[in-house]
Design a protein around this ligand. Structure first.
Ligand SMILES: [Fe+2]
Length: 322
């Protein structure tokens, strides 16, 4: 944790993240001689004077109660654009805040899939992610490096958004030519799963034919949910509608061969993340192994997208960490 201490029931917030003259909305604690003590109450703005004083005393982290985690995320999300633009914040810190915000939002989307407000917030955060990665050719690698290795529905959504963004960028998409629409669609790709009964989603063991038919419906349900909010543009829909299609025509729900580029990208990102994260029934494969498998599925996945994935994962550091 970069020199921060993990104390039971509290989580660190790095000073570089604190925005000046902003009210955090959560109580801040500081390490005292006998443990953590209250530093500032939630409605007191954090000032330049505070910052200078802390730095002079070699304080680099403040703490908040983990019960205030959602308030912390609201604060980060509200200030994400300013944090990402701040030259004093390291790229890896930016990447981790961006990723955590996406995963947190994905989690909220799962509990409130029909909330227009949450989807609107997601579209804003995706906007910041896209600008961040557009700031440098390899900026997405900072995010990929920190993707978690265990599978959860919400982190899977954030992972697929990250890979899709990286693939889109390698394939030449830009902020003005669909990168944001792709990334937002990728974050929402499995939102329809919120309508699949829990007992089917969490079933240990093979699904019956009928159960599988129900699971397959998550694609149309996802399109339905996403199209109910104006903050998701129509152009993001292929990312949701086609993520289980395959160029062989053997995918679902439509069995089409002529796939939209977003559908092809999210199909690869989704399969790659599924293979490289630990599931209840399968251990994570290495990125290298997963790419090899995808590469042999020449009738299923578009060759150009697989080549882009190889480029995305080519960096030695990226590969070692996955
Ligand atoms: Fe899916």
């Amino acid at each position: 944790m970069n020199g921060s201490t993990i104390l039971d029931g509290y989580a660190p917030v790095s000073l570089e993240v604190m925005r000046l003259d902003c009210v955090p909305g959560f109580d801040l604690y500081i390490v005292g001689s006998k443990g953590l003590v209250l530093y500032r109450e939630k409605n007191v703005p954090f000032t330049l004077k505070n910052l200078k004083m802390l730095l002079e005393n070699n304080v680099r982290y403040l703490y908040f109660k983990t019960t205030d985690e959602s308030k912390y995320f609201d604060y980060i999300e509200d200030n994400l654009a300013s944090i990402v633009e701040d030259k004093n914040v390291s790229p890896s810190k930016k990447a981790s805040l961006i990723y955590d915000s996406s995963a947190h939002l994905a989690q909220q989307l799962i509990s409130e899939p029909d909330s227009r407000k949450v989807v609107q917030r997601a579209s804003k955060v995706m906007d910041t992610i896209v600008s961040f990665t557009a700031s440098g050719r390899d900026a997405y690698k900072d995010i990929i490096r920190m993707l978690p290795s265990d599978y959860y529905t919400h982190t899977h959504s954030a992972n697929v958004a990250t890979y899709s963004l990286a693939l889109g960028q390698v394939l030449g998409l830009t902020v003005n030519s669909g990168l944001w629409e792709l990334t937002l669609g990728a974050l929402l790709h499995d939102i329809g799963k919120t309508r699949v009964p829990r007992e089917i989603l969490n079933k240990n063991g093979p699904l019956s034919r009928q159960e599988f038919e129900t699971v397959k419906q998550h694609v149309q349900w996802g399109v339905e949910i996403a199209s109910q909010t104006r903050s998701v543009p129509h152009s993001s829909m292929p990312a949701i509608a086609q993520h289980h299609e395959r160029i062989s025509g053997k995918g679902y729900p439509y069995g089409i061969k002529e796939m939209h580029q977003f559908g092809k990208i999210v199909a690869v990102a989704d399969s790659f993340d599924a293979m490289t994260t630990n599931r209840a029934y399968a251990k994570a494969r290495s990125s290298f192994e997963a790419i090899l498998i995808l590469k042999t599925e020449t009738t299923e996945f578009d060759k150009n997208i697989i080549n882009a994935l190889i480029e995305v994962m080519a960096d030695e550091k990226v590969r070692v960490n996955r």
